[in-house]
Design a binder for this molecule. Structure first.
Ligand code: GLN
Length: 455
């Protein structure tokens, strides 16, 4: 814990941590020491972690990187972070992210962007760590903590993991409780671990997940021993390669990474099968209707009354002006864009044309996956991202360009499946690249084991 606290002090320029909690950390570390001395050491005893700012942590600022939650210190602990602490984990502080987890580059944060510790070749241009869990990715990659919580609504664990050369898993929807996690798009949001290795991800996921009566979508299923599943034996497993993910203009280095990963799994004894997921091309547009729709509803609660920031009002201003001024000041540009898009697609005249159609597309995407799994496919291998980490500032003015980053990841959230990003290579400039494995619902143990064979 001391080593991590020192490393965090020394790495301020990464912008990974937005709120340090050294006192909490030292107290938790001392009690972990005491538990170890008593021979009662649970799985995460004394392990220093970072917590994404989207998680409510009791008495500790939890702002979802938004101005509108300025000064908000929750009275309660999210189920996920609470479980980690019960198992002995130590909280070093809160991690940077895109505002309300909306973004792919960590540039929409009220705290300013986080920076990727990697550099391209000899260039000193600062790169994005990805988003929205950019602070988590940057902190783990730079060894400021041994693991971090992330959340993934459309790729926010897997894409930053790929951009920083670490492992990130989004479990099956319902595996981790969403209670106490600031809501973005409730039917898509899932928490998950971001770590250096697949083994660490297995251990940390086991500590985070499980049934929680406080989240009605949390699954009442036993938590498997994920670490015990890591045998590396994948002989006879069927790995699907979906042709629709071979996008036009795919960079040669991504195509090669994918081929190399396929060869590695084949060499380990897996059967490689070409598959089709025909509705893939509709996933990104459907996601960018459904996610903003749910966000516009979830964010209605930030009204200047119940949480955080309230605008100062002029003489004669009423409640409408208070809402308007508070939300105009409190939400950044990307969040405002999502609220407007979401409100529009849910409005009476457009609901059927946009929101309902997107929901139907979502069902077809889910059906595509169900069909290949029913035909015997155990896991699906795809690239995690269409490119390596890009320069900060490069896509910030072009939302559509930014949204295209999520092309390989959003399908998994729409279908509620588990997906993991594994670092498997470097591009010609020496930047990390990742592959994604998508698994059957609730079969994270099997998925982690396949990822272990690929690592
Ligand atoms: N980049 C996607 C978005 O902006 C996904 C974000 C996420 O998974 N939280 O919506």
């Amino acid at each position: 814990t001391d080593a991590c606290l020192n490393a965090i002090e020394a790495a301020g320029e990464l912008g990974a941590f937005v709120h340090n909690t050294p006192d909490v950390a030292r107290a938790q570390a001392a009690s972990a020491d005491a538990r170890i001395a008593q021979g009662d050491a649970p799985s995460l005893c004394g392990i220093p972690l970072g917590i994404k700012d989207l998680f409510c942590t009791k008495g500790v600022p939890s702002q979802a990187a938004s101005r509108i939650l300025e000064g908000f210190k929750p009275e309660y602990e999210s189920t996920v972070s609470g479980q980690l602490f019960d198992r002995g984990a130590v909280m070093l502080g809160k991690l940077n992210m895109d505002e309300f987890a909306m973004g792919s580059s960590n540039e929409t944060s009220v705290y300013g962007n986080a920076v990727n510790p990697w550099r391209a070749g000899n260039s000193d241009a600062a790169l994005t760590p990805g988003g929205s869990s950019g602070g988590s990715a940057s902190a783990v990659a730079a060894d400021l903590c041994l693991g971090a919580t992330g959340t993934d609504t459309g790729g926010s664990i897997r894409q930053p993991a790929a951009f920083t050369g670490i492992v990130g898993i989004k479990p099956t929807y319902g595996r981790c409780s969403r209670w106490g996690v600031v809501a973005f798009a409730s039917s898509l949001d899932q928490a998950g671990p971001m770590t250096k290795t697949v083994r660490d991800a297995a251990i940390m996921l086991e500590g985070m997940c499980g049934h929680d009566a406080k989240d009605s979508t949390s699954a009442d299923l036993a938590v498997p021993d994920f670490e015990a599943a890591l045998t590396g034996d994948i002989r006879g497993k069927v790995i699907g390669i979906p042709k629709e993910y071979r996008m036009d203009g795919m960079p040669a280095e991504i195509a090669k990474l994918w081929e190399d990963g396929t060869a590695m799994l084949r060499d380990a004894g897996a059967e490689i099968r070409d598959i089709s997921l025909p509705h893939t091309k509709y996933a990104l547009p459907a996601y960018y209707v459904i996610a903003p729709a749910e966000a516009s509803s979830n964010l209605a609660r930030y009204d200047g009354v119940r949480f955080g920031h309230r605008a100062s009002l002029a003489q004669g201003d009423g409640i409408t002006e208070m809402y308007e001024k508070t939300r105009a000041e409190g939400f950044g540009a990307e969040v405002q864009r999502r609220v407007m898009v979401g409100t529009y697609v849910l409005s009476a005249g457009f609901y059927d044309a946009y929101y309902n159609r997107a929901r139907r597309v979502r069902a077809l995407i889910k059906q595509d996956f169900d069909t290949v799994f029913a035909a015997g496919v155990d896991a699906i291998l795809t690239p995690a991202t269409p490119s390596a980490a890009f320069e900060l500032g490069r896509k910030v003015d072009d939302p559509v360009e930014m949204y295209l980053n999520d092309v390989f990841t959003v399908t998994v959230n729409l279908a509620g499946l588990p997906g993991i990003s594994v670092p498997t290579g470097l591009d010609e400039k020496g930047l990390p690249l990742g592959l994604q494995l998508i698994g059957r619902p609730w079969e994270e143990a099997d998925l982690l084991n396949t990822a272990y064979a690929l690592e």
